[in-house]
Structure formats: structure tokens, C-alpha cells
Design a protein around this ligand. Structure first.
Ligand SMILES: Cc1ncc(COP(=O)(O)O)c(C=O)c1O
Length: 467
């Protein structure tokens, strides 16, 4: 289709009863829209034929009005091209304020929890998306079941049972727009049912505290050590938020004893755990430990996400919910957004059914493991004082240093184009040893080696070395 033949709609009306000729009304309407910024420089406007048809006026009137506006510098008219608002007619004001200048990307981006989206399986996803679009029923194009598309819930229940030991059928699965939304709706559901205090791992992602507070829950920080969350400190909380497979950010695995103790605590208090099964797909040294939910399905809400396995842009997550919480979670999900995008849900169901996620993860585990090994080898060479803690899993390495001034290091690192996090991002005011969280998901091995060299040089400067 040639450019000028595509119809362009315009919010403009004229009336034979109004003051002024029809042509003058068109001119006034367009002048005002351009001056006030509703129509911005370069914006398309309808062809004169389209405009005449939309407004029910003769083509001649539209042609004359456009000629006048072009003569005044409002429109640019070129043979064979769609008429546009001229660049010179751009207005100052909120609609045309310059976009904030983007900060340049870091030279070495060690930000934790970032997957390698350059490896996103585009062809396989496109195939599933095409399949979804080609077969979606008219019913599925409606709002449908707020809990999620049945086919995806079934595929997820099967997948999670198989690879994570999660217990529960499609009827227990709620599809969400990512983990973050899942945490919000479960917190609201818990608060609605009378929960007040929620134990939260310390350290953990700070944004979670705001989410649970917004829901009306009071977060209670609970220490974490090399065996995971200290279950004996849970006390009288009504719920607990945990990352048993790979504590974020310390990298600890919740030990078997602590798992048993946590299950006993959940049963005794009739409390609920929200299990963020974060990073469970990426265990490099042995088979992953099964989900906590499999041990205590009536007291654990399992939460997963496609953000680390595929791409955050999908905004796809899932919950497996105990029966007693199901109604409340459904209500909250409905109120949040009436359900996650259904075409993508069907695509994901097809993707899972074809075994594409398994295939992708097999590839990615090899890639991430090589990157992790490269990072650990580079640390051993360039910063042998660094102690790597946590299990061989996930998308980042947690490294403790016996020296280092964090503020000076941060300044120097920024100057050298290095991005990373430290324990203070998860526990403000932390006065323990300088602990670096170095993500390797998006960095090839050569960049990892060069980046660690740069990092070591920044740390060894006299200002950064102080403690
Ligand atoms: C600890 C943890 N859990 C889960 C997620 C995934 O969140 P979402 O699915 O909302 O992208 C993240 C993302 O960074 C995370 O750091």
C-alpha cells in the first residue's frame, strides 16, 4: 500500500451552523492543534481526500485550507507524500520538551540478575506467537478467565511438577505479569485475610518492602546466613517471603534442616510462605534442589517468572496458590488488571509444549556456567583476596573483600564505566566487609576478564583500598 493511500484519522469537526466558512473552520482547527502541541512537528495529517471524506466537505475546500496552512508555514505539502505538520511549526511547551538525555551504557555491566537477552530464542518465540495468533478463538480474544489461559496453566503445572517438584494442577496456577505483580497480589490477598506481619529476608530486594507495605503488611527483617533464612527468628509473623533455591543476594541455599524447620513453623502458625523460586533454573554444580512448595503445598505460594529464563520484556510470571488463598488471589488479580495479555499466554503455552524452554535453558546453562567460571578465574587472578560465597548458581557472584572503601570505589568505578551492586544496595548502612554483587549474565568471557581487571585496578587505588 502506498503511503498516501493509508487513511489517517484526525480529531477535527466542522459545522455548517458554526461561524466562519467550512474552510476557515478547518484552518482554525488545525492551527490551534499545531500551536497547542496536540499535533507535533512532523506528525501526519490526513490527505485532502481523506479529510474531505471524514468531515463531509468537498475536496476543494480541504485543498484550499491546506494550501493556506502551507503558505503560513504550518503544513508541508509534497507531491506524492502524506501531508505533515512542518518542522518549523513545532511549539514549545510540555508536548515538545526534549527527552531527558540518556546516560551512556556502562562499559562493563556487571549488574546482577540480568539475563543475556541477546540469546532470546526469537525464531521459536515468533513461531509460537504465530501459532497463537492463528489459532486463538474468539472467546480467548475476550477478557477470559482472569486466572489465566487454561492451556498455559496446564502447561505450567506440568512443567513445574516435572522440573521443580511443584504440587498442584492447572486449577492452582495463576498467570501474572511477572513476579513483582505476583508478590503484590499475594500480599494484598494475605492482608485481606487478616495477615499483618510478613518476615522478609535481610538482605533482600528493597523494592519488595514497598510492595508488601502498600498491601498493608508490616515487613519484619530476618537475618540470613550461609544456610539461608534464620527460621528460629521468624517469631510471630503471619507470612514469610523467601528465596530458598538461591537466596538473593547472598547466594545461599536454604539447608535441608532449615527447610524442615520452616515447614514446621508454617504448619504450627498456619502461616504462609511466598517462595520466590528465583534462579532455580540455573544451578551449575549439581541438580537443583526441589521447590519448598512441594513439601508444604497448602502453606506455600510458589512464584516464578520468565524474566531470567527468557526476557523481562515478556512480563510473564506465575503463582501456584494454596486452595485457601485462591479466591482472594483471584479477586486481587482481577482488580489489578483483569488478567495478563492472553495472546502471549497462548504463545508461551505453545512454547512450553514444544519443549522450547527446556531447550533454551540447556543452552543458557552452558553459556552462564562458562561466564561464571571466567568471572571466578578472573577474580582469583586479579583480586585473590576476594572470597566468593554462595552456591554455584544464578546470574551473579557474591564476593567479599577484606578491604575497600565503598564510596571511593563507587566513584572510581563509575569513572571507569563499571556497573555492579554491593550489599549496601540490599541493606543500606551495611557495615560488614565490602561485598560485591557481580552479574555475568550479559557479559562474554573476554569482557568479564577485562572488566574484572578494571575493577581490581579501581579497588587497589589508595582511596578505594581504605577501610
Ligand atoms: C529476587 C528476584 N526475584 C524475581 C525477579 C523477577 O521479577 P519479575 O518477574 O517481576 O521481572 C527478580 C528480578 O530482578 C529478582 O531480583
Amino acid at each position: 500500500m502506498d503511503e498516501t493511500s493509508q487513511p489517517v484519522e484526525l480529531l477535527l469537526s466542522v459545522s455548517r451552523d458554526a461561524r466562519g466558512t467550512l474552510g476557515a473552520q478547518i484552518e482554525d482547527g488545525l492551527r490551534t492543534a499545531i500551536r497547542e502541541g496536540a499535533l507535533r512537528a512532523g506528525a501526519q495529517v490526513p490527505s485532502t481526500r481523506d479529510l474531505a471524506r471524514q468531515l463531509g466537505v468537498s475536496r476543494r475546500i480541504a485543498v484550499d485550507a491546506y494550501s493556506q496552512l502551507a503558505a503560513e508555514g504550518y503544513l508541508t505539502l509534497r507531491q506524492g507524500a502524506r501531508p505533515r505538520v512542518s518542522e518549523a511549526a513545532a511549539v514549545a511547551g510540555p508536548a515538545s520538551e526534549p527527552a531527558p538525555r540518556a546516560t551512556p551504557p556502562p562499559r562493563f555491566d556487571f549488574t546482577p540478575s540480568v539475563p543475556d537477552v541477546s540469546a532470546f530464542p526469537r525464531a521459536a518465540w515468533l513461531r509460537s506467537l504465530r501459532e497463537a495468533m492463528g489459532t486463538i478463538s474468539d472467546w480467548d480474544l475476550g477478557y477470559g478467565d482472569t486466572q489465566g489461559v487454561e492451556r498455559l496453566r496446564g502447561a505450567l503445572a506440568e512443567y513445574l511438577g516435572r522440573v521443580r517438584g511443584v504440587v498442584g494442577g492447572a486449577e492452582r496456577v495463576v498467570v501474572t505479569s511477572g513476579y513483582q505483580q505476583g508478590l503484590g497480589i499475594v500480599s494484598q490477598a494475605l492482608a485481606r485475610r487478616g495477615a499483618r506481619g510478613i518476615a522478609v529476608e535481610d538482605p533482600s530486594n528493597r523494592y519488595q518492602l514497598d510492595i508488601v507495605r502498600r498491601a498493608g503488611l508490616e515487613p519484619v527483617p530476618i537475618p540470613v546466613d550461609e544456610a539461608g533464612i534464620d527460621v528460629s527468628a521468624l517469631g510471630r509473623a503471619d507470612a514469610v517471603l523467601v528465596t530458598p533455591a538461591h537466596q538473593h543476594p547472598t547466594g545461599a541455599l536454604l539447608s535441608a534442616e532449615r527447610r524442615a524447620a520452616l515447614c514446621a513453623w508454617l504448619r504450627d502458625r498456619d502461616a504462609v510462605a511466598i517462595e520466590d523460586d528465583y534462579d532455580a533454573e540455573y544451578r551449575y554444580d549439581r541438580a537443583a534442589v526441589g521447590a519448598l512448595q512441594g513439601l508444604e503445598p497448602e502453606h506455600v505460594v510458589y512464584a516464578g517468572s520468565a524474566s531470567k529464563t527468557l526476557a523481562p520484556a515478556l512480563r510473564l510470571g506465575w503463582l501456584v496458590v494454596p486452595g485457601v488463598l485462591m479466591d482472594a488471589v483471584r479477586v486481587e488479580k482481577t482488580q489489578a488488571d483483569r488478567g495478563t495479555a492472553r495472546i502471549e499466554q497462548l504463545a508461551f503455552a505453545d512454547f512450553l509444549a514444544r519443549g522450547e524452554l527446556d531447550r533454551h535453558l540447556r543452552r543458557m546453562r552452558i553459556r552462564y556456567r562458562a561466564r561464571r567460571d571466567a568471572l571466578i578465574a578472573a577474580l582469583a587472578e586479579e583480586l585473590p583476596e576476594a572470597e566468593v560465597v554462595g552456591i554455584a548458581a544464578g546470574l551473579h557472584v557474591t564476593a567479599r573483600l577484606p578491604f575497600g572503601d565503598e564510596d571511593a570505589l563507587r566513584d572510581e568505578a563509575a569513572r571507569r564505566g563499571l556497573a555492579f551492586e554491593t550489599m549496601r544496595d540490599y541493606r543500606p548502612g551495611d557495615d560488614g566487609p565490602l561485598t560485591l554483587l557481580l552479574g555475568y549474565g550479559g557479559l562474554p568471557e573476554a569482557a568479564i576478564r577485562a572488566g574484572v581487571r578494571e575493577l581490581a585496578a579501581a579497588i587497589r587505588l589508595p582511596g578505594s583500598r581504605r577501610r
